[in-house]
Design a protein around this ligand. Structure first.
Ligand code: GLV
Ligand code: MN
Ligand code: MN
Length: 416
């Protein structure tokens, strides 16, 4: 019987070692966004672990860390086990790294047992899933799946550095991005382990669940253009206050999502007042809108409705509005056959088989366009994520390791 508690203790100690590497010099919080010195230091650490495990390891053009366990079978396809090692700002330690380091543990176990697989196994630590630095997600997995559009190279970060420059500065190579994709005919499938980032498993006490669907997303940048003016002299009924317009839209958005429910969520998570001061009537406000639903029709209808509401608010208040779609991803259904195997692995490990819809985006989304893809969610503390309080119970990770190991063995048997 494999010693899952001991393996879990080792992988959690790796999580803490990686989690101590941060852009925040005090080390009090975890921030490792794409391409920064902290990101590179963290990736070096993980690369050392990949190499020590015996994986054939390389960095691709966009800085994904890729480890290969080759099959002896001629013409073998490739099964990808992956998650990401970049983080949001002021993050937890588990969103992304847990999936990579659980994958590493599973690969180490396969190597130690000298198991011959009928497929190549590629373990990937994606360099950018969160999209924090360049405001567009899945940069790493887009490269591996062949979905990377060269126009993305011109996107700029907050300091005006283009993605092309950032890639060069971090020692990557924008010229190889197309060749870094796994050709479609080579894919066998994709599997990602990830904390749930929501409270369902925490409440039910079930350690692990399969993912049935991943919500689609629309990300929009709105700019409200009012008239800056003196806070003490312009009468209230003669103002064109850009922030008041934005605030009305934020509350209308919340009310809209609350009314519609059924998986629709809408968030304004970033807001900037241009030339802000306490004695200036806000003249320009730029903010995000993040809209998600697992139902494509509902997502499209919500998008159209909220845009109309924003335009109506702008017209009534006499302010200008630009509405710019920044990113759109369609909802994804996880693969039925992989989920059948995963469900068997969960049941054989003695747990109830639950299927969850992911409201969070994952690298499984681009992967699903080229290969059968699925995910397993691991119970996390109170469902808290994108927050330093993110945490897991060791017993839940051990249970998920057992499930994932069974799943890989079932996959092996299915392709033998
Ligand atoms: C990634 O964490 C996302 O869903 O925004
Ligand atoms: Mn994640
Ligand atoms: Mn995240």
């Amino acid at each position: 019987m494999p010693d899952y508690p001991t393996r879990t203790a080792r992988l959690l100690s790796r999580i803490h070692e990686l989690g101590a590497i941060s852009e925040d010099a005090t080390g009090a919080t975890v921030t490792r966004t794409f391409g920064t010195p902290a990101f590179l230091k963290g990736r070096d650490l993980v690369q050392g672990w990949f190499e020590a495990a015996g994986l054939e390891t390389r960095l691709d053009g966009i800085g994904n860390l890729r480890g290969r366990l080759r099959s002896q079978r001629p013409g073998a396809k490739t099964f990808v086990l992956a998650s990401h090692i970049d983080t949001v700002v002021n993050a937890g330690k588990y969103d992304g790294p847990l999936g990579v380091l659980m994958g590493l543990d599973l690969v180490e176990s396969i190597i130690q047992q000298r198991l011959e697989l009928p497929f190549n196994l590629e373990l990937i630590a994606f360099s950018d899933e969160e999209g924090v630095r360049f405001h567009t997600t899945y940069l790493g997995s887009k490269v591996v799946t062949g979905a990377f559009e060269p126009a993305l190279l011109q996107k700029t970060d907050a300091n005006g550095i283009t993605l092309a420059q950032a890639i060069a500065e971090m020692g990557g190579n924008a010229a190889t991005l197309a060749a870094d994709a796994l050709p479609p005919a080579e894919w066998l499938g994709y599997f990602e382990l990830h904390i749930e980032q929501g409270p369902v498993l925490w409440e039910s006490g079930v350690p692990v669940a399969l993912v049935t669907d991943i919500a689609g997303q629309q990300r929009v940048e709105l700019t409200w253009l009012g008239m800056a003016g003196h806070a003490g002299t312009v009468p209230m009924d003669m103002r064109q206050d850009a922030l008041a317009a934005a605030a009305e839209f934020v509350l209308a958005t919340e009310a809209f999502a609350l009314r519609h429910g059924h998986g629709l969520v809408a968030t304004v998570g970033q807001l900037r007042l241009v030339h802000a001061a306490s004695n200036i009537i806000p003249g320009q406000v730029v903010h995000s809108l993040d809209l998600r639903s697992p139902d494509a029709d509902q997502l499209a209808a919500a998008y159209t409705d909220l845009q109309a509401q924003a335009e109506a608010i702008a017209a009534r208040r006499g302010v200008g509005l630009t509405w710019q779609l920044v990113q759109a991803t369609a909802p994804v259904q996880c693969d039925h056959e992989l989920n059948r195997l995963l469900g068997q692995a969960i049941a054989a490990s003695g747990y109830e088989v639950d299927g969850l819809v992911s409201g969070a985006g994952h690298d499984a989304v681009p992967a699903s366009a080229v290969a059968p893809a699925t995910m397993a969610f691991i119970r996390c503390y109170k469902g808290i994520s994108h927050n330093p309080l993110e945490n897991v119970e060791a017993a839940d990770v051990a249970a998920a390791l057992e499930v994932a190991e069974r799943f890989l063995l079932e996959l092996k048997n299915a392709h033998e």
